[in-house]
Design a protein around this ligand. Sequence first.
Ligand SMILES: Nc1ncnc2c1ncn2[C@@H]1O[C@H](COP(=O)(O)OP(=O)(O)OP(=O)(O)O)[C@@H](O)[C@H]1O
Length: 237
Amino acid sequence: MSFSSSTPVVSLRDVAIYQDVNTVLSSVNFDIDKGEFVYLVGRTGSGKSSLLKTLYGDLPLQTGVGHIADFKLSKLPRKQVPYLRRKIGIVFQDFQLLFDRTVAENLAFVLKATGWKDKSKRKQRITEVLMRVGLDAAANKLPHQLSGGEQQRIVVARALLNEPVILLADEPTGNLDPIVADGIMQLFNEINNSGTAVLMATHNYEIINRYPHRVLKCENGKVLDSKVEDFNLTTGY
Ligand SMILES: Nc1ncnc2c1ncn2[C@@H]1O[C@H](COP(=O)(O)OP(=O)(O)OP(=O)(O)O)[C@@H](O)[C@H]1O
């Protein structure tokens, strides 16, 4: 099946991104197609998180034109943000699991907040996403009874609850040992192979070399795109 003729999942045209009065990135232009896997790299402070935050409606888009999952990012009303977030899965340090609730309760919390009223449907969906990440036995555990890698899998399961068209992930392998990180990458690749686009910020070049995909690089206030130009991945590190 070819996705080339369909609307991209993400589209940014002449976008600038600010933090306070500072311009973090300018002249940002790229699309992400349905089912694409894209890495986002760049030095600390180069703007990766700011770019991802713009895409999930946490930083308002003030300059340029942006779309994600059929939502227009400029002048996006605050009350639209929860609807936008149902269409995208977020794997971010800022979105931790609730540590006083079981895994199933964590997932049910999100489903209830996103309009799933039927308890048996919620239960079924929770079982499905836990199977998907290989942790169906963990439903009744508390997060602290799981390893760091297992907790990250639950975060990924939570991001999948509403069948997002794209997963946005900020350093999802950050605090994990190499073998566990590799397992998380395999999970991301499986999710991607079933049609979900992925935009993943990472500092881990071993992972990029092992699982090569298109790369966007934040550098000197711009976003370079491996699809458009050759650049040395490791320059500046
Ligand atoms: N909440 C904020 N308020 C003001 N400035 C911020 C805020 N968050 C980030 N910045 C600044 O914006 C710039 C880009 O930061 P950002 O977090 O997007 O970079 P990053 O590439 O994600 O870095 P890292 O790899 O460390 O996560 C930096 O100069 C940072 O200091």
